[in-house]
Design a binder for this molecule. Structure first.
Ligand SMILES: [Zn+2]
Length: 221
């Protein structure tokens, strides 16, 4: 089976939307920098700049609009900016036209797709329809021999309010080089989007000092 791959460079459109919607400032093309500064004490140690760059690939015709993608990336960016003064930097956005069989993605099809897409710098974030495993989102750490290494996958199975946090969580697995989950209440790297406290259904979006320092040490130029 040949997968149809259609490349559309939508980045200028998305960036224009972002600047309009959030008043963001860009220090280099494609950089998602929300104007949010947190007052957490340890952030005084934050380097002048640290951030992770990644490519975005969107499955066409599974329901994602450009506005939704912009919102999700901007929400994930806000989480990193608020917690760690850390930046998400989107290097390119491609829309690909896919076979209907990929609307419910399984691991074999996913690996085949990655082989067909060829050599793309990691990390790559995919916006997909659904997965055969019913996971709303997942990621593969970088540096393994698998074609899936360094990829994060966000499906439309995720609820609207969890999409930004889930994207941030999956990028977190890759950026922190950690497959394990945090048990700290409220931590972004817990194994669910929502707090387990039923009386307080808040969303887990915190990163702690140790996590921020790991990001700074890995991604400060
Ligand atoms: Zn996870």
């Amino acid at each position: 089976m040949k997968l149809r791959i259609l490349q559309v460079n939508a980045l200028p459109v998305l960036l224009l939307c972002l600047f309009t919607m959030y008043g963001l400032r860009a220090e280099s093309p494609g950089q998602f920098v929300p104007g949010i500064k947190s007052e957490r004490n340890f952030l005084r140690q934050a380097p002048a700049y640290s951030g992770i760059s990644f490519a975005v690939i969107v499955f066409r015709d599974v329901g994602w609009s450009e506005a939704e993608i912009t919102d999700v990336i901007a929400e994930a960016s806000r989480i990193y900016a608020r917690n760690c003064h850390f930046t998400l930097d989107v290097t390119s956005i491609r829309f690909i036209e896919i076979d209907a069989r990929l609307h419910h993605l399984d691991e074999a099809m996913q690996q085949r797709l990655l082989v067909e897409l060829g050599d793309i710098d990691r990390p790559i974030v995919f916006f997909i329809g659904a997965t055969s495993a019913n996971d709303a989102a997942y990621a593969y750490l970088q540096g393994t021999v698998s074609p899936s290494q360094g990829t994060a996958w966000l499906s439309r199975q995720a609820t609207t309010q969890c999409r930004g946090p889930l994207l941030a969580h999956e990028i977190g697995h890759i950026a922190l080089q950690a497959s394990r989950h945090s048990r700290q209440p409220g931590n972004l790297m817990r194994d669910s989007c929502h707090s387990s406290n039923i009386s307080n259904q808040s969303i887990n979006t915190d990163l702690n000092q140790q996590q921020c320092q790991t990001l700074w040490s890995r991604y400060t130029p």
